[in-house]
Design a protein around this ligand. Sequence first.
Ligand SMILES: [Zn+2]
Length: 333
Amino acid sequence: MSNSPFVVYTKLSPNCSARTEEITKITPHHMSGNLSIETCGNVFAPPSRKASSNYGIDTPGRVGMYVPESMRSWCSSSAWNDQRAVTIEVANSVCASPWPISDAAWNALVDLCVDIVRRNPGIVRADGKTPGLNYTGDKYGSLTKHKFYSSTDCPGSWLDDHMKELETAVNKKLDTGAATPKPVATTPSNSAAKQPAKPVSRSGNDNIRAFQKWMNSTYGWAMTEDGISGPDTRKHAVMALQTELNKQFGKGLAVDGAFGNKTYAACVSVKENARGNITRIIQGMLYCKGYDPHGFDGIFGAGCAKAVRAFQTNNGLAPDAVAGKNTFRKLMA
Ligand SMILES: [Zn+2]
């Protein structure tokens, strides 16, 4: 039995058992977090965790392996399922309902499922013989979910709503025999945070879309929520920053969306452990610039600090992980 060639990071978990059944299912889960494949591997590493998955996919679309396919992972609250399934934990690009995943993670999930089916022809469609996925909405299909077996929200409402679409996308790719593209960005595991995430696909980027949605709902605007970082998104991000600087610090700026000298001078320094809307704007703009602040939650955590440092390094700024005037000017450019 083989494993996926897409794996770019392996950290084997002790939390697994011998597999006693043929592989006939795939079970996608959501991390309910925006974990890198390395962090997910660390989560599954201690025996006390008593949990694992065969694979993990992170927001940049990289694939990690924690339990070889020859073994049964401890993932779906069901030995019956996990003995028959290859389980996949997928990172959430936004850590709040509906728990979306990035376009890159979606593409990696489709490709990984295609690869798993090609190597495990016991995973079959509705006709009971053609290799592929069959989402029946119950545990007897070849595409199953955690919530069939316990009172969990997993795989989160976004993936849950896209199960049929996943079946269709995977089967179509199997039918057209399309060569599976190479997975995204095989960055070395220890420098993942320094690498910009893969930018924007045709349908936009979910993280950028979440930022646009948030600005519309917070400030009552009606900008296009297309998930694409263009001049209009940047202009509104500057307007959001100006609004917050006025509201929180009494700066009295014109909310005009132009990052001029007055706005530059009014910028405050924001660093790790900060919370609030200015941190949200920083996270949103990091996503727009292709960096991964590990969540769009208004909390300036370690992941956000790493992303700010990487952004500063790549923009000729002192990499102190403090978002001050100069960092804002580059972020809003
Ligand atoms: Zn789950």
